[in-house]
Design a protein around this ligand. Structure first.
Ligand SMILES: Cc1ncc(COP(=O)(O)O)c(C=O)c1O
Length: 501
């Protein structure tokens, strides 16, 4: 087997034949613009028409090949069309692909695999809700917490993104459906997320200030806050800017919840399933939530999300507590069961931690020569690069991050923004990306930075990125790399170079 056959991705990416949008992409984008609502966003950020995707690469209709560092917003932790996921889905498609909540063998295989993968003392002590989207899962989790506690109220954080569901139940007629919904009054108390780069409540010195504020909210009878049942938190802020909180934040939050009889809900929709180098981001601080929300990679792009909750939270839930026609789609469950298996076997998580740490260093080294980068932070393959007008004032520079997104697209690398001002570029490549593609992406990133920032009077130092990869370190093929059936390998200049090595 040649090295090329072992790649999951197109081995010659990035390859730009026609500056995007090329003519065929442009034609489809124009037709989409005529037929579809103006509300679609991604075609504006990434004006390409995808044709086929493999591993960590996407080819558009014009033959351009892009390195995908977006992963469908953390949906594709195992990359596009992973052969084992394709096989699982094909096998399921020959059996049954819509079964309501009936117990297919695949459903049970999924539930067993999930039970085995849960964090801390949720493992072996959890009940599972199958839901469809991330927002659906969070909505179910909050309603469940309120039901278990007998009061409706949630503490949530600034910068949080949990989805956009929650209103339609008010339009449904049956009182019994509305009875279990938490989205009538909207009793939400907002607290600053502890962001060490933009600290409120002393977040640059740990979580103590945030916890003191929370204590005030629930402990002072005149704080104006009451009836709280739960605290809902992202272990690392996703859409809010890839903000890594102080290390003591989640353990302190756990203790705070225990002190006050509140339930801790972790939204791991974006951080879960290996993205940060652990199966769950809460595991970095050995914190176990009472309720865990899972979505995105669990279905690998097929609609599936999950709520796992401590089995002693509620004695029993009313039948139909939270509903939806498509819950537990068999195709998605087949993909989900295989996804959990792949993530649990082998060393993918360990590699994600190791390579993620190396990548953060590489981005930081690039930042040394580029004062428009104010902060580089992250865990595993969830890395944020924040752009600022100046490092002292830290004024967010969203236009610079968006210009970088375009400059990267032109060089064949897809990267998306996040953060309150869209000032953060986020690295969220598939975990299975080949080392060589990481190198080429970093090279493109450096060139894109240069193209936007270099001032004639102050040329930035040139030379190799520091620290250079150890020999063989970033070139080695991933052990799990397997050929994509029916897709011929694409020889590229790099492979020739490797042969010559
Ligand atoms: C942390 C988090 N929670 C919830 C959601 C909502 O998920 P969905 O878009 O599937 O409803 C997202 C989406 O990006 C998310 O990042």
């Amino acid at each position: 087997m040649t090295a090329a056959e072992e790649w999951l991705s197109f081995s010659d990416a990035p390859r730009i034949l026609h500056p995007p949008p090329g003519p065929r992409s442009a034609a489809l984008l124009a037709e989409q613009g005529r037929l579809e609502t103006d509300a679609v966003g991604y075609p504006h950020y990434f004006p390409i028409a995808p044709k086929v995707a493999q591993g960590s690469t996407i080819e558009d209709l014009d033959g351009n090949r892009f390195i995908d560092w977006v992963s469908g917003i953390s949906v594709l932790n195992l990359g596009h069309r992973h052969p084992r996921l394709v096989a699982a889905m094909e096998a399921q498609a020959k059996q049954i692909w819509h079964a309501l909540e009936l117990p297919t063998e695949t459903r049970l295989r999924f539930l067993r695999a999930l039970e085995d993968a849960l964090p801390g003392n949720l493992r072996g002590h959890a009940r599972i809700f199958l839901t469809v989207t991330g927002g659906d899962a969070v909505e179910t989790a909050v309603a469940l917490a309120d039901h278990a506690q007998g009061r409706q109220g949630t503490i949530a954080f600034s910068g949080a993104y949990h989805g956009v569901h929650g209103g339609v139940v008010n339009l449904t007629a049956g009182a019994r459906y509305r009875a279990t919904s938490s989205f009538r009054g909207g009793n939400v108390v907002r607290v600053p997320y502890p962001d060490p780069y933009r600290p409120v409540l002393g977040a640059d010195e740990g979580a103590a200030g945030t916890i003191r504020y929370l204590e005030h909210l629930v402990g002072d009878p005149h704080s104006g806050v009451d009836r709280i049942s739960s605290v809902l938190v992202e272990p690392i802020l996703g859409e809010g800017g890839y903000v890594v909180p102080p290390e003591d934040f989640l353990p302190s939050l756990r203790e705070f919840c225990d002190r006050h009889g509140l339930l801790l809900i972790a939204d791991e929709v974006q951080t879960g399933l290996g993205r940060t180098g652990e199966m769950w981001a809460v595991e970095h601080s050995r914190t176990t939530p009472d309720i865990l929300c899972i979505a995105k990679t669990i279905g690998g792009g097929l609609p599936l999300s999950v709520v796992a909750y401590r089995d002693d939270l509620v004695k029993e839930l009313p039948r139909g507590f939270h509903l939806g026609t498509y819950r537990g789609n068999p195709l998605a469950l087949a993909v989900g069961a295989e996804t959990l298996k792949i993530l649990k076997e082998g060393d993918l998580l360990e590699r994600t931690r190791r390579r993620g740490g190396n990548l953060i260093e590489r981005f930081r080294t690039m930042a040394d020569g580029h004062p428009s980068i104010g902060s580089v932070r992250g865990k595993g393959f969830m890395i944020g690069v924040e752009f600022v007008h100046d490092r002292v004032g830290r004024k967010a520079w969203g236009d610079r991050a968006k210009a970088m997104r375009s400059a990267l697209l032109a060089r064949g690398v897809l990267m998306h923004t996040c953060g309150s001002w869209e000032q953060v570029l986020r690295f969220m490549s598939p975990l299975v990306i080949e080392d060589e593609l990481l190198e080429r992406g970093l090279q493109a990133f450096d060139e894109a930075l240069d193209s936007l920032e270099i001032a004639p009077e102050s040329p930035r130092p040139k030379g190799p990125l520091h620290p250079p990869p150890a020999p063989g370190e970033l070139r080695r093929l991933p052990e799990h790399a397997v050929p994509v059936p029916g897709v011929p390998p694409v020889p590229g200049p790099t492979l020739e170079r490797r042969k010559a090595d």
